[in-house]
Every structure is written in C-alpha cells, then in structure tokens.
Unconditional design. Structure first.
Length: 113
C-alpha cells in the first residue's frame, strides 16, 4: 500500500504563490505516476497536474503557465508550485498516486483578498 502526506496549503492573496508538497511512503516502488487534483464543494474532483515516472507532465488548461509539478527524488517528494494564484484556484488539493489509487488527506488552498 501507498500512503501520501500533503502539506503547504494556506491562504494567499490573488497573484500570490504557494508550494504544495506530497511525500509518499509504503510501497513507493509501485508508483508509476503522481498527480494533484482539486475539489470544491458540490463539484467533482478535477486533475490539476500529473507527472509520470519518466518525468512527463500534464496540466489542466486552467493552470498552464501558472502551476508546475516536479519531483525531488533525493527527498522522495512531489511538489506543486502555484504562481499567480486566482480566486478560482480556491479548493482542497489532493495528492494522488497511480496505479495504486492512493489519496492524500487534502490541503486547503484559499485565494482571497
């Protein structure tokens, strides 16, 4: 099994930046790809960014050019750097590992003036 622990959420003003971190543990050898999803109340969870084991990245159109997903193999950590944040980025952000389907506990990101 894979366990995921996220950190780095918080409140920021529009135009600000935050960096989310996700640290996997357990059967990490089984991880093929990791991603960040987000969810607002009453809506479906949506993919924000994904990085494959080979380093290929995928982004939602709404965050292209503003967000970056990357990994630090030495720290066994996956990051989501979020720049130029907008109020519509407000959501609970979840880390996900494939193919295990493991989810982190979620971290709240609030963008508000």
């Amino acid at each position: 099994q894979v366990q995921l622990v996220e950190s780095g959420g918080g409140m920021v003003q529009p135009g600000g930046s935050l960096r989310l971190s996700c640290v996997p543990s357990g059967s990490t050898f089984s991880i093929n790809a990791m991603g960040w999803f987000r969810q607002v109340p009453g809506e479906q969870r949506e993919l924000v960014a994904r990085i494959s084991s080979g380093g290929t990245t995928t982004y939602a159109d709404s965050v292209k050019g503003r967000f970056a997903i990357f990994r630090d193999n030495a720290k066994n950590t996956v990051y989501l750097q979020m720049n130029n944040l907008k109020p519509e980025d407000t959501a609970v952000y979840y880390c996900h590992a494939a193919p295990s389907g493991a989810w982190g506990q979620g971290t709240q990101v609030t963008v508000s003036s």
